[in-house]
Design a protein around this ligand. Structure first.
Ligand SMILES: Cc1ncc(COP(=O)(O)O)c(C=O)c1O
Length: 381
């Protein structure tokens, strides 16, 4: 039986919710998005505001803009991440400063963060890699010591906890989630900025819709003059549609259930693959792990490589991916900042030896068994 790398899990509830919006006549950002924002903020708790956007990338751009990041500033990012984490820094004319990740957690290494701080450094963007929280306690302590801001790239990590608190409530400047199609909850494309900083939230709301001081929903559902609005800055077009928000609200109701299903798959993989010459993804002690990814690493003692395993999975009709070919090896970042492998041994090793196995919440029993058998048969042939 073929196993895809990912398969979407939507139910009749999502289909009915979309139909309800189509029939309502209001498709763009409106009442449904406001409900989604309120429910998401309640889920995170702790008096946060939630601002819905059309991607995590857009949300991180808005948050950095609201934090005042500008040309000449430096923002510290991990090398082992998707390019969006670094590109949003460039959108503002600032420069990402790449650092390596911790070999255990695969999240940004706090010691290397501290060593990379210069007079130009303004912020740190940790990524909660694969759904395991980065060490926000240590990173926040470093940020406080040097007067830096922390923007959490939580594209992989909903719902995830760190020291008993859900990511989004950790008291950093802002946290941005992704609802891209293969994320733990999805709206197709979408994202959510979460922050306790009221000023930052207000700036993100204005800038997500052209820098206008009143959005269309406020104008056409309010009592005062419909047409009148002011433009206070050259903003962006980053708002979420009500169609997407309707899907998100249904997905949010099942978030914990979806996470628990991923965890059960991860536990089966860990049990069945632990004897093989591979490094399994780290678990998280008492922290809740959202298990967006299940990346394994082929160890040197296996006397074979990741590419051979990839070929074997392909010929067994099993989907896989690699997270990530590190940014310091990507043409643009490498040439722009003159980066080389020697500075990033952990990310480089990860790029050369890791492969992500399928993990999605409606994975069938036989599919999980197939993946396990394919990986085991590769190492025992
Ligand atoms: C670590 C990381 N950051 C940011 C993003 C961008 O998310 P989006 O597609 O919602 O813009 C992704 C996307 O997969 C990601 O993996």
């Amino acid at each position: 039986m073929a196993v895809p790398f990912f398969r979407l899990d939507v139910s009749d509830a999502e289909r009915a919710a979309v139909d309800r919006i189509l029939q309502s006549g209001w498709l763009t950002t409106g009442g449904e998005t406001k409900h989604f924002e309120k429910e998401f903020a309640d889920y995170i708790g702790g008096d946060v505001e939630a601002i819905a956007v059309n991607s995590n990338t857009a949300g991180m751009h808005l948050a950095l803009e609201a934090m005042g990041i500008t040309s000449g500033d430096e923002v510290i990012v991990p090398s082992l991440t998707f390019t969006a984490t670094a590109e949003v820094v460039r959108y503002l004319g600032a420069d990402p400063a790449f650092v390596d990740v911790d070999p255990e957690t695969r999240c940004i290494d706090p010691d290397l963060v501290e060593a990379a701080i210069t007079e130009k450094t303004k912020a740190i963007i940790p990524v909660h890699f694969g759904g395991l929280a980065a060490d926000i306690s240590r990173l926040s302590a470093i940020a406080d010591r040097y007067g830096l801001q922390v923007l959490e790239d939580a594209a992989h990590s909903f719902p995830t906890t760190h020291h008993g608190k859900i990511v989004g409530s950790l008291n950093t400047s802002a946290t941005v989630f992704s609802f891209y199609a293969n994320k733990t909850i999805t709206t197709g494309e979408g994202g959510m900025i979460v922050t306790r900083d009221r000023e930052l939230a207000a700036r993100c709301r204005v800038m997500r819709l052209h820098g206008m001081d009143r959005d269309a929903f406020a104008r056409f559902t309010g009592t005062s003059s419909q047409w009148r609005y002011d433009v206070i800055a050259p903003g962006f077009k980053y708002n979420l549609t009500d169609i997407a928000a309707a899907i998100g609200r249904e997905q949010l109701k099942n978030a914990e259930n979806k996470r628990a299903k991923r965890q059960a798959i991860a536990e089966r993989y860990i049990k069945a693959l632990s004897e093989l010459p591979i490094e399994l993804p780290p678990t998280s002690g008492d922290d809740v792990h959202s298990w967006h990814l299940f990346p394994i690493r082929v160890l040197a003692e296996a006397q074979t490589g990741r590419d051979e395993l990839a070929e074997h999975l392909s010929s067994s009709d099993i989907g896989y991916s690699v997270h990530y070919w590190p940014l310091h090896r990507m043409t643009y970042w490498q040439s722009c900042y003159n980066l080389d492998d020697a500075r990033f041994p952990v990310s480089s090793r990860h790029g050369d030896t890791s492969i992500s196995l399928p993990i999605f919440d409606d994975m069938r029993d036989a599919e999980i068994t197939n993946v396990i058998n394919a990986v085991r048969s590769f190492f025992t042939r």
